[in-house]
Design a protein around this ligand. Sequence first.
Ligand code: BGC
Length: 891
Amino acid sequence: MTSLHVSAPSFEHHRDPLGVGEPEPRLSWTVTTDLRDWVQGAYEIELGDGFTTGRVESAESVLVPWPGPALGSRERRGARVRVHGADGSASEWSDWSYVETGLLEPADWRASAAAPPLELLGPPDGPALLLRREFTLRGPVERARLYVTAHGLYEAELNGQVIGDDVLAPGWSSYGHRLRFRTHDVTALLQEGPNAIGATLADGWYRGRVGFREGRTGLYGDRTALIAQLEIAYADGGTETVVTDGSWRCAPGPVTAASLYDGEHHDARLEPAGWSRPGFDDAAWLPADALPHDAALLVAPTGPPVRRTETLAPAEVLTGPSGETILDFGQNIAGRLRIRVQGPAGHTVTLRHAEVLEDGALALRPLRNAAALDRYTLRGDADGEEWEPRFTTHGFRYAQLDGWPGDLDPGDVVAVVCHTDLRPIGDFDSSDPLLDRLHANVRWSMRGNYVDLPTDCPQRDERLGWTGDLQVFAPAAAFLYDCAGALSSWLADLAAEQVEYGTVPPYVPWVPLMFPPEPTAAWGDAAVLVPWTLYERTGDLGVLRTQYASMTAWVDQVTGLAGEDHLWDEGFQFGDWLDPAAPPDDPGRARTDHALVATAYHAWSARVVADTAALLGHDGDAARYGKLAEEVRAAFRREFVTPSGRLACDTQTAYALALRLDLLDGAGQRERAGRRLAELVAADGHRIGTGFVGTPLICDALASAGAYAGLYGLLLQRECPSWLYPVTMGATTIWERWDSLLPDGSVNPGEMTSFNHYALGAVADFLHRTVAGLAPGAPGYRELLVRPQPGGGLSRARATLDTPYGRAEAGWSRADGRLELRVVVPPNTTATVHLPEDGEEGGVEDGVEDGVEDGGEGGPIVVGSGEHVFSCAFRDPADDPAPPAPPARLP
Ligand code: BGC
């Protein structure tokens, strides 16, 4: 019995298609079938109002244009699809899925910004304030939507119930350009007769402290405000709208201080019982000020909100050197604690957070100027009370509890993991538990650093959207999570700020702190390379179209800075940031010349913009940027490469850039450079010698040179500096520095020492693409490129991915001189499979798939959808007994 099943369509990159901003949301679906080599021949889409496309002869199933009339604001529409195979097979109709637009036009907004009156406003990061109003519904409600956002952070309530499950809403965007609102279905929370709506409003990124050193407060304004519009449709066809305006009333509440960095203080005695229910007496509350706001800034989200995604029970209860109680959650996370506590009214429990312990006590120095301290003052309930802060998160694995009344039951405290609720799509595992832990650490660092925007770190007084960090990490991120929707919001901010500041700021949203926004290579190149990565991984040409002006503006700016000779050798650069040889207090002092890094990146971005222009049909631009890319490559060689292929900087990063970014000329130069890179890596004892720039490239560079032994020597190295060194030190996330924790267990003395920074975890992309062998062969994985390169003595590795076409997998295992490769190819796609070479010596002896020999050449085999198993002879040089150690070098 064959089966052919098509999923209900999804819309754009939305996980929750309620309140979307696209009037013509593109549709995608996936097919599951046991038919092999299945290719879609046609589809048919039906929209809820009877609209149907009829049969459309097309193989497209990803981001298919909206077939019906454009949606207006608040419009809800169902969609379903059925497909026909090129082989004559046909599916049933899929289930229905529904999309609903939010408010699409500024004119849809009637709400003003309800701001707490000045007399209630405390200092920045001071008390959170309560806002409320009541209203009466004259009959049963058929449908109700709350469109809501804030200047500041809000948690909204209706009739005593919290609305939705968002955390830190509305998140952080470049508020001066874009402020995201959320749409909630609140039908079930309303009742006929009296109702009450309320919100708690904290300062958050809008008015609270953001940024390192002293940071900045009041960045976007001095006054927080709620902007809410509750639209009610009665069962009898009538409507009612409740908006924020001067009729809302305001008072202080239980949150006496709330800071993203410093933490929250909640005094439960100050909670006005029933304040968000009807009938509460707010006569003593003060009226809110109704302030104007620019509704043109309000945009619907393109990705999911921050949510609580997991809770962790303490793994261990420890006692610190001063007798303090410390909980170890066994995992470094971004989030906060939830406690259940029973004690006398007015008693205060204090919760401190840290990522690591030093000498058995919380190591607080890495937090710099972030107190990460939450306090709860008890109401005194006889049967205990439960609390979790709402307007802060911390980066921590350990928590110290002070002032806990009575005996602590470890079950009374959990760590609540909070981050953008991205859909996990990819995974990796292998025969090496350390490598698997490294991969798990990368995932945890992605989780810890996607608290609404892609950040550098989640714990200290920073947590900024550093462009360079994301630029190097984006390929790994896009494999682990479906992050296209979330990242396109951040890219929209980047583009808006690029126009405002005349360059791509080094972090987005930009916060003026110690230096002006200056163009810097590898950081600013995020404008070009992040959209390209999203295109490559999702097939969404729309991202490139939307970002095109930003991409070209960046390359144009750098072209101007580089001048006639095309060498970008002036101005500030971060360079190969955190080169392991850089002193702890000078992370920019890398061994690789800044100008070499900057010029290499310029050539890369020019090439990508040329390719983008060609895809978008901008032929003139394609030719112009293509020529530019060639000129910059030539300039790079002229300045930094000898004719035989040696580089002016004899560093791992320089060779990694030249090889991986295709900056060399001819096989001779490439061969020489590859050999030199392998020599350098060996001379460094297979310890990593790269910083932020070289790290994501070096494994590919070694692989391209066929230097597999060197590559695996580096990848599986356990001594410092290396990827696995932190794992051997018990790391549960990727560290900012190769040696954030020194081998003696002390914290690196540098003032910038985070234990949760994803940048050096960019290597996960290599694990997926090359160790396991699952790479995109065409945008959106319409073709898979399966080219595993086993080595290092690993006996198996596997990557799985929910591609836009369905589940893909590449995994190999080997024993007794033979290797078996299993490949799962999603319907409507193909895979080009290269059986592995054992590189420096020997090669594939034979390759067999389903009884078909590949000719023994190791040449690629193209297969269609379904599961395929290949086998070939494979010998891993790492299995051979180690050669005798070379004589020790003379000093
Ligand atoms: C951040 C980085 C960032 C860097 C700029 C640091 O403070 O944590 O990860 O990219 O500054 O070089």
